[in-house]
Ligand binder design. Structure first.
Ligand code: G3I
Length: 380
């Protein structure tokens, strides 16, 4: 009799839940599994694991979105809101709101914070380079650059731990990119080299916060040995001249067809900068893995059809990154986003194309790659 009563109660609960789910009431906000072990804790012996976020990720601490990022990542960077066009749109206007909130969140939960970015050829307002309709002089641009860096870095002194001081200063033919910074500032001190804007940027950032880690960040360093060597040679010269560069950031916007062994070799080239500064580090700063191989412009691949290959490549990559951590050259791996629903790769390089580059899907569900990657440290 008692068993019968229990059975009917269970049946009733199941029926109510089915009806509620059908009405959309009992459905969780996302498919987020809050019992999954923490990704960053699993990697605690190797490196920090981070994510690029936007202010909307932080607006409500009760959401699954917030709980997920807070639990699984210990390092954060803003995807766009600390860039010059957002934080300093006009010469006399700074918008600190978004970065202030980001810093508040970081302090509250003890996160490592990255600032992206101080000097870049993109997402920088034109006013930096203009003077009454003419091109600004080198002196004026240097003055503006110093003012920008000093204001932003001092405001977050001791709070933003790491800065991407310069972003993407190399071009694709392995020289310095002909940005407005380079075109105008040129060889400012007349010593024969042309990376003066980089040098000034690092020295200014260091003055503003001597304890911040200062990074020079670029893409394709893992895939192009020529570019890695160009970066190595330039940073080596700067270190020998006493420029306070603390590390190289490898963005790592990679594809499912990436060559992990080549990436290892290129990272080892850059790691030789430790010979000049033993504290020199490498960071992975913008990791995402496109499901489409290089130059593959297929529209909307079925993720299931490449899932195994995707998982295997992530496993191979994380094993290599752990090797580098054991060799003492890498201590931070940051994803450029955290779930497939928000990635610059949705729409780039092919408009209207969906991509699936992360370990977490657009419904905040952990993909099979997440479970493969989170298991790796224990297996070593
Ligand atoms: O802020 C404007 C908004 O006012 C306007 O309504 C809207 C209309 O399109 O555009 C908004 O700006 C967009 C901005 O992201 C903020 O959402 C830009 O159009 C868009 O181009 C911009 O894209 C960003 C891109 O950098 C710019 O180059 C991506 O989100 C961001 O993921 C991407 O990040 C870069 C790293 O900083 C450097 N490394 C490469 C990486 C990927 O490109």
């Amino acid at each position: 009799m008692k068993t019968k009563r229990i059975l009917s109660a269970v049946l009733a609960v199941i029926m109510i839940m089915t009806v509620m789910t059908a009405c959309g009431e009992a459905k969780p906000e996302y498919a987020y599994d809050d019992e999954a072990p923490s990704l960053c804790e699993a990697y605690a012996d190797y490196f920090n694991i981070g994510a690029a976020i936007n202010s909307w990720d932080l607006t409500d601490e009760t959401t699954d979105r917030f709980k997920l990022i807070n639990k699984h990542f210990n390092t954060f960077v803003m995807e766009n809101e600390t860039k010059p066009d957002q934080i300093h749109p006009k010469e006399d206007t700074y918008n600190f709101d978004a970065t202030d909130k980001f810093v508040e969140f970081g302090e509250k939960y003890g996160k490592t914070l990255r600032g992206h970015t101080l000097v870049w050829h993109s997402q920088v307002p034109n006013w930096f380079f203009e003077d009454n309709g003419e091109q600004a002089s080198a002196d004026l641009l240097v003055e503006r650059m110093k003012e920008h860096i000093t204001t932003v870095v001092s405001r977050y002194k001791g709070k933003i731990d790491t800065w991407d001081v310069c972003n993407e200063v190399l071009d694709d033919s392995y020289g310095l990119r002909l940005s407005n910074w380079l075109k105008i500032i040129k060889d400012y001190d007349g010593d024969g080299d042309r990376y003066d804007f980089i040098e000034i940027a690092f020295r200014t950032a260091h003055e503003a916060d001597p304890d911040a880690r200062l990074i020079i960040n670029d893409y394709s360093l893992e895939s192009s040995t020529d570019k890695a060597i160009t970066m190595y040679n330039m940073v080596k010269k700067m270190l020998e001249e006493g420029v306070p560069v603390d590390g190289v950031g490898l963005q790592m916007h990679v594809g499912i067809d990436m060559d992990v062994e080549k990436a290892r070799e290129n990272m080892k080239i850059l790691a030789r900068l430790k010979e000049i500064n033993p504290d020199f580090v490498l960071e992975v700063t913008e990791l995402d893995m496109s499901c489409y191989g290089w130059g593959n412009n297929d529209l909307n691949i079925d993720f299931k059809s490449i899932e195994k290959e995707f998982n295997a490549k992530y496993v191979e990559l994380f094993n290599m990154l752990m090797d580098l951590s054991e060799e003492g050259v890498l201590d931070s791996v940051v994803f450029w986003g955290f779930n497939d629903g928000n990635t610059w790769l949705n729409g780039f390089p092919v408009e209207g194309r969906t991509n699936y580059p992360f370990l977490i899907d657009a419904d905040l569900k952990f993909k099979s790659a997440f479970w493969k990657v989170i298991d790796l440290p224990e297996k070593r």
